[in-house]
Design a protein around this ligand. Structure first.
Ligand SMILES: C[S@@+](CC[C@H](N)C(=O)[O-])C[C@H]1O[C@@H](n2cnc3c(N)ncnc32)[C@H](O)[C@@H]1O
Length: 220
C-alpha cells in the first residue's frame, strides 16, 4: 500500500477523529438500530459527540477507560453529563453478554502488549456486543510494509526521544486477528496522522477497521 498525501490527515487535537466523524460514523449508522453503545478507551471524550449523535434517544452512551485515565475521564464526565462513565480494564468489561449495540475502540488495542491480552480483549468485545453489531476500531500500523499476519511488538521513539512499545499491525494481521475473534471485517483503511509535539513533527499510521460481530457458526 502506498502512503499518499490523500490519506494523510492532520490530527485535530481536542476534536473528533476525522475518520470517525466521516466514514466511521456512516458505518456505525448503517449497522446500529437501537440500544446501548460504548466508547472503550474514551480518554477525554473527543469522539463522544459522534456516539451521542448516533444514538439520539435510542439508548445509553457509555464512556469506558482504564483507571489510569481518570483525570481525562473526569474532564469528559463534566463535558458530557448525559453519558455514563465506567472505569476498568478492557480485558474485563463491566457489561452483560450482548448488552452493547455498537462499540468504538479507537487507538486502544495496540496498547495491549502483555502476552495474550489482545486475544482476551477481543473475546470481551465479542461477548458484550450483540450479533451483527458494529465495532469500529483503530490500531497502530507499521511504517513500512511487512509480511506478518500477526501483530508484532515494536519499539518506537517519539520526536523527543521517548521510547514506547506498541503492538503494530499489518492489514492482513488486522483481518486474521479479528476474523479469528469472530468478527466479520467489512473495511480496512490506512490513515496517516501528522502533527507536532513540542514543536517537533511526528507521524502516526493507523488501520481504521469496520467490522461486525459474527454469530455462532456450526459446521457438520
Ligand atoms: C491513544 S489513547 C486514545 C483515546 C481515544 N480513544 C481517542 O481516540 O482519543 C488510548 C486509550 O486507551 C486506554 N487504554 C489503554 N490500555 C487500556 C486497558 N488495558 N484497558 C482500558 N483502556 C485502556 C488509555 O487509557 C487511553 O484512553
Amino acid at each position: 500500500m502506498e502512503w499518499t498525501k490523500q490519506n494523510v490527515r492532520r490530527r485535530n487535537f481536542g476534536g473528533t477523529s476525522e475518520y470517525v466523524a466521516g466514514p466511521g460514523l456512516a458505518f456505525l449508522k448503517n449497522h446500529y438500530q437501537v440500544g446501548a453503545v460504548a466508547d472503550i478507551g474514551v480518554w477525554d471524550g473527543r469522539n463522544l459527540p459522534l456516539l451521542v449523535k448516533l444514538v439520539e434517544e435510542r439508548g445509553v452512551v457509555y464512556g469506558y477507560d482504564h483507571p489510569e485515565a481518570e483525570p481525562a475521564v473526569l474532564e469528559a464526565s463534566i463535558r458530557f453529563p448525559g453519558v455514563s462513565f465506567k472505569m476498568g480494564e478492557i480485558i474485563a468489561l463491566p457489561f452483560n453478554n450482548g448488552e452493547l449495540s455498537a462499540v468504538l475502540c479507537w487507538r486502544v488495542l495496540h496498547n495491549l502488549t502483555a502476552p495474550g491480552q489482545l486475544d482476551v480483549a477481543l473475546r470481551e468485545l465479542y461477548r458484550v456486543l450483540k450479533i451483527d453489531a458494529p465495532l469500529l476500531i483503530a490500531v497502530r500500523a507499521f511504517n513500512q510494509e511487512r509480511p506478518w499476519s500477526r501483530p508484532m511488538l515494536l519499539e518506537t521513539k517519539n520526536p523527543l526521544g521517548v521510547c514506547r512499545t506498541d503492538l503494530c499491525f499489518t492489514g492482513s494481521a488486522c483481518e486474521v486477528v479479528l476474523s479469528n475473534a469472530g468478527f466479520k471485517v467489512k473495511n480496512i483503511q490506512l490513515l496517516c496522522e501528522e502533527g507536532t509535539s513540542d514543536g517537533l513533527p511526528y507521524e502516526n499510521k493507523y488501520w481504521a477497521i469496520n467490522c461486525v460481530r459474527g454469530g455462532r457458526c456450526y459446521v457438520g
